[in-house]
Structures are given as C-alpha cells and as structure tokens.
Design a protein around this ligand. Structure first.
Ligand code: ATP
Length: 234
C-alpha cells in the first residue's frame, strides 16, 4: 500500500533521513520505534508531503506521491495525526472532530464516520460542546485520532499517540489503535513507548540516526536482546 524507497530528506542543508526504505501492507499495523531525534517525525512528514525528499521514491497505492502537495496526499486517504495533538483549543470538541472531514474527499459519509468515531470514543460523545483546550491529555489525544478518522483514511499515521499519557491510558490507547486496524484502516505508528507499540505491530522498524537499523515482526523485535536493552529497559 505504502512503499518508501531509499528516501533521503531533511531541513535545509541538514540531512536527517538517509536512504530510508519501509513498506506498509494493507491491513497491517506497522510500528517505527526510535530514540528522541532519530527522525521518526521527519519520516512521517516526508510521507505526508510536509518535507520534500531530496532522493528516493514514495508510492501510495501505486502512485508516486513524493513532491505532491500535502492536501492532495490527504485527499488520497493518507492521514497523519501529528505529535502533541495540535487541536484548535478554543473550538469545541465537536468542531475539532468535524474539521477532520474538511477535505472534499472526506465529506461523503462524514455523518456515518462521526457516529462510528463516537462509538469508538464514547468519552468524546460526552464532551462534544466542551472546548478542546479544556480536555485532559488523554481526551485530547482521542480527539486528535477521531479527527484523523473523520478524514476517511486508508492509512492512518500516528505520531507518538501515547506521549504524556498515564500508563493505564496508554494501554487503552493502543487497544483503540488495534481496533482501528480491525475495523479496516491500515496503521503506521511511530512510538518511543516501544513495548505496547511492538505488541500490536504486525511488523516493525527501528530507526537510528536517520537510518533503518532493524526490521522484523513486532514479536521478533520484542524478543530481540538489543531491543530489550536499548528500547525496553529490560
Ligand atoms: P522525537 O521522538 O523526539 O519526536 P523524532 O525521532 O521524531 O524525535 P524528528 O522530530 O524527526 O525526530 O527530528 C529529527 C532531527 O531533525 C532532530 O535532530 C531535530 O532537531 C531535527 N529537526 C526537526 N524539525 C526540524 C526543522 N524544522 N528544522 C531543522 N531541524 C529539524
């Protein structure tokens, strides 16, 4: 579904990603783990069209999307839920969620998806008229994912959805990501909280200093001695 081939990208003259190749198949949860500054967000931004690769190819459903405008990439169903949520704090929860269906490609079926999203996140349904900025961190994360789902994603890219959440909420969050995949949306997940993210992953990559260092199944990485010491603290 998504194929990133030998991508090099960065900011100005600073090269961050070097010769990065990953694949995401339809129906998979694929996880990318890596330390602070390894280049995880930059990789998602390159896929979303927010950072232009200086080399390599990115294809989505067989179309080359590298260099395409971000809005056109969104219109194809490749949706990024950004790190730290980036909601509109003085707008209501309802308007934040509905904003996800702003792109013309997402307007058909928006009412049905809104009902599905409220079913997935009952807590959001109880707080539709509250200002998004007054929600707890976990609730804001749910709104950000709900907004992403309103965009009618074929592939949903989640950038550190567990950031700043209490352990019990982190567990719930990954349960929801698992359910989103079961409901038919492919997921590319970027995380520092490696244990949970690898547990729900069909396949996973480790990114170190802008390069893909290891590729394996989620279970394979959980059992890998290097991953255990470097990323799981075991
Ligand atoms: P984290 O887990 O801390 O979010 P990350 O793996 O997502 O890290 P990136 O956000 O991709 O890492 O950052 C990779 C490198 O790119 C970092 O050294 C960062 O300082 C640099 N960087 C990120 N955004 C910019 C920018 N707009 N301009 C210049 N450098 C940037």
């Amino acid at each position: 579904m998504l194929k990133v081939s030998n991508v090099t990208a960065g900011y100005g003259r600073t090269v961050i990603l070097q010769d990065v190749s990953i694949e995401v198949g339809r129906g998979e949860v694929v996880t990318i783990i890596g330390a602070n500054g390894a280049g995880k967000t930059t990789l998602l931004r390159a896929i979303s069209g927010l950072v232009k690769p200086s080399a390599g190819r990115i294809t989505f459903d067989g179309t080359d999307i590298a260099g395409m405008a971000p809005a056109d990439i969104v219109g194809r169903g490749l949706i990024q839920v950004p790190e730290a949520r980036q909601l509109f704090p003085v707008m209501s929860v309802r308007d934040n969620v509905l904003m996800g269906a702003y792109h013309p490609a997402a307007r058909a079926g928006a009412d049905r998806r809104f009902a599905e999203v409220l079913d997935l996140f009952p807590r959001i349904g109880e707080r539709l008229d509250q200002l998004a900025g007054s929600l707890s961190g976990g609730e804001q994360q749910m709104v950000a994912i709900a907004r992403g789902l309103m965009a009618n994603p074929k592939l949903l890219m989640l950038d550190e959805p567990s950031l700043g959440l209490a352990p019990i909420i982190v567990q719930q969050m990954f349960g929801i990501v698992d359910r989103i995949c079961e409901m038919g949306t492919t997921v590319l997940l970027v995380e520092q909280k490696a244990f949970h993210a690898l547990k729900i992953a069909h396949r996973a990559y480790v990114i170190e200093n802008g390069r893909i260092a290891i590729e394996n199944t989620g279970a394979g990485l959980l059992a890998d001695p290097h991953i255990k010491t470097a990323y799981l603290g075991i």
